[in-house]
Design a protein around this ligand. Sequence first.
Ligand code: PMV
Length: 298
Amino acid sequence: MTSFFAPGKLILLGEHGVVYGHPALAAAISRGVHAYAEPSASSQLELPEGLNEAQQAALERAFAVAAKLTKHPKVSVSVSSDLPVSMGLGSSGALAVAVTRALLDAAKQKPDLARIEKIAMAMEKEFHGTPSGVDHTTSARGSMVLYQKGKVTTLKGRRPVKVLVALVGERASTKSTVAALRERQAKWPRRYARIFEEIGRLAKEGATAVKQGDLDALGDLMNLNQGLLSALQLSSDRIDAMTRRLRAHGALGAKLTGAGGDGGAVIGLFREPEHMVKKLQEEGIDCFSSQLAGPIAL
Ligand code: PMV
C-alpha cells in the first residue's frame, strides 16, 4: 500500500472576496488527509465513515471526475483524515489533492503541480460548486500563499506566525453559504463589490505584514477582516463570542476562517498560543495550534 499526504489549510485573510477574484492569504496546516492506494481491478474509492449522504454523493462524483482525468488507473483508494469535515479547514481541498496524487501515481503520470491543481480543482467543483481554488492550491503547495485566481505567490515569513484554531460547532456547507452570499451580491452588486475589494486589500497588506514579520499589523488586519465578514452576515454569536474571548486573552487578532456561518473554525493570532490552547482545552473547547510561516512552518 502506498500513502499520499495533503495538508489542510486555513485562511488568514480574504475568504469570500477570493471567490470574486480578489486575493486571499492562506496557509497549510499540520493536519490533513492521507490517501492510501492499493492495486485493484478498476478505479475504486472506499468511502470513509462519518459522512452524510450529500457528502458521500459529492465525494463519489469528485472521485469519478478525477479517475476519468487520470484515465481510470487500476487502483483502490481509501482515505483517512484528522481534519474536521466542513469546518473551514480545507478538508475537501486536501482530500482532492491527496486522492489526485494517489491516482496520478497509479496511472504512472507525472505529479507536476499544474496537473495536480487542475484535477483537484475539478474535484473541488463537485464539492463546492464555484470554488475559488484557494483550498486545494494551498494544500498542493503546502505553504503560505497569497492566492488570486490565476496568480499564486508563495510567501516566507521573517517570523513564525502561530495561530490557535478553535472549533465552535457545526455550520452549513461552504456551497450553501457561498450561494446565499451570491444572491445578496447579485441584488446589490456595487455595494458588495466595495466590501470584497477592501477584503482583498487587507489580504495583500497581510502578505506584506507576514514578509516584514509585523505580527501586530497582521492581527489588526484580521480584526478588520472579521468586521467585514460580519457585515456580510457570515459571522454568528458563537463565532463573535470566540473572537472576543481570544482577543481578551491576548490574541493580536481573531476572526472566523473559511466560509463562516453558524459555526466552523475561529483563528486567533498569538505570539505563543500553547498556553491558551491548554486553557481552552481544559474548558472543553476543541482547539489546537499551528505554525504557518517562519523557520519551521506547519
Ligand atoms: O470551504 P471553506 O470553509 O474552507 O471556505 C473556503 C473559502 C471561501 O472563500 C468561502 C470559498 C472559496 O471557494 O474560496
